[in-house]
Design a protein around this ligand. Structure first.
Ligand code: UDP
Ligand code: MG
Length: 317
């Protein structure tokens, strides 16, 4: 029998976790021909999430969990899940039910019967989201798709079902700065997209502030495009040309009309402007340098403190 591993990153999710468990059990019961493994990744929660997971894993053999030593972020949690999943097929789901588990049977059918390697989901609406956030999200996808050869699908969620082959290729990308949306398209394979209406989270609060999302967007661009470096260089060339023309203009003007001292306010403005541009370009280069720096340290992406296996061992003693 085929086995599906459901990877669920959880960070302070004591309210949504029991609701999620109920839902996923319902869907699993519908899919009688498949075995399930639920792999919860506790990303350093400070509430009762871990206690709930311990209980669930005692009651239900299909429940496994990995608990981190601190909060490493959702990307790290997803990577830990993918590395430790044992299923023939693997899916990633949010615990807040924003990724409807009810889509799973259809996703599984598409892979098994129609031969796709992976089925992704994208939400076609952004209902319930602040308009400013939607606006910036749309802008981000426009910009990154212009800058990067890798296609990023607007509204694509991390919720997807993949074959073992796809999972293994994603795990083989062991980079420290992970931007999963890009990594999923980077590995390629035949992907089918299914669409659904945005669902609001069942309980608890989103962990993504606007600022966090903004930083994440920059990370995505830096990870999948070197275009900003090119822009910095081109800006340098353009300003060289402008200043060259300006020098010639001033020389001719001085020869023709003499040189009364004036115009220092405009000069100050120009100086400010140019130092701004310089700092901006240095900043861009700094972004890439810092990512390279972090990458060369080869620090682990996550650190495990506890898994359900430790629990079972304790139980035996
Ligand atoms: N999450 C996580 N680590 C974090 C932040 C979030 O594992 O540092 C998990 C969270 O528990 C949830 C999923 O990632 O299962 C998506 O988080 P959230 O719902 O806050 O994001 P949104 O849906 O608003 O983008
Ligand atoms: Mg959510």
């Amino acid at each position: 029998m085929n086995k599906i591993t459901v990877i669920v990153p959880c960070y302070n999710e004591q309210e949504s976790l029991p609701l999620f468990y109920q839902e996923i059990i319902k869907v699993s019961d519908e899919m009688k021909k498949v075995d399930f493994e639920y792999l919860f990744v506790n990303d350093g929660s400070k509430d009762k999430t871990l206690d709930i997971l311990r209980d669930l894993s005692k009651k239900d053999k299909r429940v496994r969990y990995i608990s981190f030593s601190r909060n490493f972020g959702k990307e790290a949690a997803m990577y830990a899940g993918l590395e430790n999943a044992t299923g023939d097929y693997v899916t990633l789901m949010d615990v807040d039910l924003q990724d409807p588990p009810s889509l799973l049977p259809e996703m599984y059918r598409l892979i098994v019967e129609e031969g796709y390697d992976s089925v992704g989901t994208r939400r076609v609406t952004r209902k319930g989201e602040p308009p400013i956030r939607s606006f910036f999200a749309r802008m981000f996808y426009k910009i990154i798709n212009k800058m990067s050869k890798i296609e990023m699908v607007d509204g694509a969620r991390d919720y997807r079902l993949m074959t073992r082959q796809v999972v293994d290729s994603i795990v083989s990308l062991g980079e420290y700065n992970r931007y999963s949306k890009g990594l999923f398209s980077f590995v390629g394979f035949n992907t089918k997209w299914i669409e659904f209406e945005n669902v609001e989270r069942v309980a608890g609060e989103t962990k993504w502030s606007f600022w966090k999302l903004f930083i994440y967007a920059i990370e995505g661009i830096v990870a999948f495009s070197t275009a900003p470096l090119g822009i910095a260089a081109i800006m340098g060339i353009i300003f060289c040309i402008i200043s060259f023309i300006a020098v010639i203009f001033i020389i001719i003007k001085t020869i023709a009309f003499g040189d009364p001292v004036s115009g220092w306010p405009s000069m100050v403005c120009i100086m400010f402007f140019l130092s701004g541009i310089q700092l901006f370009c240095t900043g861009i280069i700094g972004q890439y340098l810092s990512k390279t720096y972090l990458e060369t340290k080869k620090r682990p992406i996550y650190i495990i403190k506890e898994t359900e296996e430790i629990n079972k061992l304790k139980g035996k003693k």
